[in-house]
Design a binder for this molecule. Structure first.
Ligand code: NAI
Length: 261
């Protein structure tokens, strides 16, 4: 389903992004990887870049090809860098890259945002998510975190709540809608990649182990990559603005607890 497509994958040097790139190549796509670190295994096309500032995003965009079919926004940080950096990378940098990429995406192309079960609270915290998404451009992230009193422990979930809300807005707004570009999210549960150790520091062992035991095991990167690539494919041509939980059933468990069934 990806034969001949050109797919950009951020976060390509580790975990879910690395596996997504590898699988996309196996499925016949050309892959351009983006990361702030070099990949362990060399890939044919790689852009070294940092999504944490507008200048970093501009530098990445300057190296993108004129036309491509999909952008997989996989890069992300756990929250250990503090709320401001986490918001900057996980949301504002991702959004800035996506908006800059939109004119280069082919009609019928796709943006896939890797969010998280940690963003589950976007409905409960809708006003805050709306406010964060409402801040235009690439703002001064420490100022935003200060204005909305987002402490370091909240930085990660809040960044993913904003991302889930923006995914839905972007799906039916320009510049994506005008070009027939679909915008969707994938929300993993706990996945055994390097970031999982950091989640233990941010959320505590009890929360991480509780999530893992609720669904029987932690995921692996190979559990997530096929879902990301499906949303890039023409098989997903009528899926837009959706969030696909890829978590072994964790969201259903959380729903049962939250909604009381
Ligand atoms: P990882 O830590 O293995 O990979 C993250 C990649 O993002 C790294 O290669 C890193 O260098 C890159 N990156 C970080 N900051 C960057 C920046 N400023 N500019 C460019 N690249 C940057 O983590 P993993 O598991 O592969 O995470 C991928 C995505 O999945 C993240 O968005 C994460 O929030 C999300 N996720 C992961 C879960 C897990 O348990 N592993 C659970 C839910 C969501």
């Amino acid at each position: 389903m990806l034969y001949g497509k050109t797919i950009i994958v951020t976060g390509v040097s580790s975990g879910i992004g690395a596996r997504t790139a590898e699988l996309a190549l196996q499925l016949g796509a050309d892959v351009i990887g983006v990361d702030r670190r070099m990949p362990a295994a060399p890939i044919a096309s790689f852009i070294e870049g940092d999504l944490s500032t507008q200048a970093g995003v501009d530098e990445i965009v300057a190296h993108l090809p004129a036309r491509f079919d999909a952008l997989c926004n996989v890069a992300g940080v756990s929250g250990t860098l503090g709320a401001a950096k986490t918001l900057a990378i996980n949301f504002y940098g991702l959004r800035a890259l996506s908006l800059a990429a939109a004119p280069h995406l082919r009609e019928g192309g796709a943006v896939v945002n890797v969010a998280s079960i940690a963003g589950y609270g976007w409905r409960a915290n809708l006003e805050r998510a709306k406010a964060l998404v409402g801040v235009a451009g690439f703002p001064d992230a420490p100022e935003v975190a200060g204005n909305y009193a987002i402490n370091d422990a909240e930085g990660y979930p809040v960044s993913k709540e904003a991302l889930l809300l923006w995914t839905q807005l972007a799906a039916h707004q320009d510049p994506f809608k005008a070009r027939g570009v679909r915008v969707n999210a994938v929300s993993p549960g706990p996945v055994a990649t390097p970031i999982l150790r950091e989640f233990r520091a941010v959320f505590g062992d009890a929360r991480v182990d509780g999530d893992i035991s609720a669904v029987g095991r932690a995921g692996v990167a190979s559990d997530i990559a096929p879902a990301i690539l499906f949303l890039c494919s023409d098989g997903a041509r009528w899926i837009n603005g959706a969030n696909l939980p890829v978590d072994g059933g964790l969201e259903a468990v959380v729903n049962a607890g939250t909604l009381g069934f």
